[in-house]
Design a protein around this ligand. Structure first.
Ligand code: SAH
Length: 395
């Protein structure tokens, strides 16, 4: 690819690029030498013309360019792109011993801004969410097929992210056939059915793999309450590990039906209720009934899509943790999560501490939880960290 322009940054605005942060906002650009089109390769330079980065240009977005590379001799072309994709896929190789549901490419963290690729057995699901990767969609899909040997590639790009980049929504088959039915995968010995066409995200919460394993490791003989269960990932992992009973709550009837079907698929017979309800309400109702649980998972949807929503989101996270703590048996454990990127680990811990205080219980923090290693965070791009959780023990 030949660069079509040079973007000169304003004096003082080269700092973050020199520190290898991959985003260049419109306000940091002084002038553009050339007339780049959406997705074009551009050279980013300091006010005096020194090389800073090779980047993809995105005229519609306030995030005007995303860096591909910070080395002048590493000018992106198709061979380079194939290399980055092959490396990302290779990084996940060890996970195949545990699972065939893996995130193969995670955007900025894998130095491929805007690209997400998940693998469910032989099915790839791709999200192209920035102008740069959109311009290279064919080359990207070819490279993915070559690196994985998967013949079936489906696109599930998030429409809102594409809109911010001035791109039309896209969904559908990219290579091979569309999945005719949910794709079966096996993770740590549990079978799941992933609805690639209609499920959340690309069909499954791959990011919670290690936390499912953690909950399972503690589940033998225990009573589990799984709130915001979706298709029941935590429930199935716990039941397979010998949980005595499970109550799984979600507002979506379809998600619950999928959860129940997966329980049957795995031949898991322990008492298990799949309850369609509002979690905020059912936590109160269970408390009124005097119910207690040994393990409680709270994994709600993103309450804070941006920093403007943090205050309201904090109240909701606090309310949930507070209500869950009251249902926890002595020595029971709470796994409470936030997938809001705008909420820092520190703030989330403060919010949960407030819930412990208001619940008037004593609790220990046993660990901080995060997404699995196929969802890495670039050290220069902390914005990529979104999933955070705490494991508490009530004493
Ligand atoms: N824990 C899940 C993922 C949760 S996604 C997993 O590991 O797979 C969030 C879920 O919360 C969605 O399934 C959504 O249907 C549900 N949800 C959102 N608001 C809710 C509410 N107020 N009460 C119950 N469920 C809710």
């Amino acid at each position: 690819m030949t660069p079509t322009a040079t973007l000169f940054v304003k004096p003082g605005k080269e700092r973050s690029l020199l520190r290898r942060h991959p985003w260049l906002y419109a306000g940091a650009i002084d002038r553009i030498d050339g007339r780049p089109a959406s997705g074009d390769l551009v050279r980013v330079a300091s006010p005096d013309g020194r090389f800073l980065a090779w980047a993809a240009f995105s005229p519609a977005s306030s995030l005007r360019a995303r860096a591909w590379s910070f080395r002048e001799q590493e000018r992106p072309d198709e061979a380079w792109l194939r290399g980055r994709i092959t490396e990302s896929v290779a990084r996940r190789a060890a996970l195949s011993a545990r699972t065939d549901a893996v995130r193969l490419v995670f955007g900025e963290a894998d130095r491929l801004p805007g690209l997400i690729v998940d693998r469910y057995d032989g099915q790839l699901v791709v999200q192209l969410m920035a102008a740069g990767v959109e311009a290279w969609r064919e080359a990207i899909v070819d490279a993915l097929v070559a690196a994985t040997g998967c013949a079936d590639v489906y696109e599930r790009s998030d429409a809102a992210s594409r809109e911010r980049e001035g791109l039309a929504p896209r969904e559908g088959v990219l290579r091979g056939r569309a999945p005719q039915a949910p794709v079966p995968v096996t993770e740590d010995g549990v079978r799941y059915l992933v609805d690639v066409l209609r499920g959340h995200k690309t069909g499954f919460y791959i990011d919670q793999r290690d936390n499912r394993r953690l909950v399972a490791s503690l589940a033998q003989g225990k009573r589990l309450l799984n709130c915001f269960c979706y298709t029941g990932g935590f429930t199935l992992a716990a039941l397979r590990a010998g949980a005595a009973e499970a109550v799984s709550v979600d507002s979506s009837a379809d998600a619950l039906a999928a959860g129940r079907a997966q329980q049957d698929l795995n031949g898991l017979r322990a008492p298990s209720d799949w309850v369609q309800a509002d979690v905020f309400e059912i936590l109160r109702a269970l408390h009124a009934q005097g119910r207690q649980f040994d393990l409680i998972v709270l994994d709600p949807p993103k309450f804070a899509p941006s920093v403007q929503h943090l205050e309201r989101a904090s109240r909701a996270y606090k309310q949930l943790s507070l209500a869950a703590l009251r249902l926890l048996a002595p020595e029971g454990r709470l796994f409470t999560f936030s997938c809001s990127g705008a909420m820092s680990v520190e703030l989330f811990q403060k919010v949960v501490a407030g819930a412990v205080f208001d619940a008037q219980v004593d609790a220990q923090m046993l660990g901080r939880l995060q997404a699995g290693e196929d969802h890495p965070v670039a050290m220069t791009h902390p914005e990529g960290e979104y999933l955070k959780g705490l494991m508490l023990r009530r004493i």
